[in-house]
Design a protein around this ligand. Sequence first.
Ligand code: CA
Length: 232
Amino acid sequence: MLKDSFKIFLIALCYLSFFLVPPSRAENFILNSSFEDTLENKNPVASKDADGIKYWMRWLHQNNERSDIAAHTGKYSFKNWESGGIYQNFAAPIEKGKTYRISCYMYTPTSDRLKGGSYEIIKLEWLDTNGVVMGPDTVQSPHFDSNMPADTWHLISVQGSAPEKAVNGRAVLEFIPSQGGSGAIFCDDVEVEVLGGEGGQLTVSKEEIKKEEVVKEEVVNEKEDETIDWQW
Ligand SMILES: [Ca+2]
């Protein structure tokens, strides 16, 4: 009897440990993802970028900047309030047909709230061997617009498959203005993850785990082709 109880205890322990093991973090292919680092030798004259945000390229500098007014993590974020944006190429490994996801936290404060039809998007672009953007393969995230509640960081993301001949991906944060629009958007913690295939991840909520416990036997066959990394 005691032996049986011990067995049950061990099984329960194994079962619990399965759910308690911390999930492994997927590798982020974006450098300086939190906008905390600047170039050691800023050269505003040559680069025309007084902010010198390390590993990133800005365009229309007069409409955006590295800012310490708001941050999701650390002290700084990327602030934009008019046309322009920032981008970083990522090298990968880029494999045709694999899915890549870019995510970023976005925020607008009550004190400088986004108004009108302006919005921010993340674009996933692909570059060929000549460094040229393969336009038709670009995918865009949903808009971060004035309907988003203020003073809260919202996670926005976009994902797409690498097309044939792509050698680099590019994560782009772009502010799209509208006439009469106003306010600022802050972006922080940009991440690029590889989904699917080896080392891929599927995010599964606790509710889904409960569901799976109930229909465990039915799910077994469907799960043969999936790689699931529990995460919450
Ligand atoms: Ca930051």
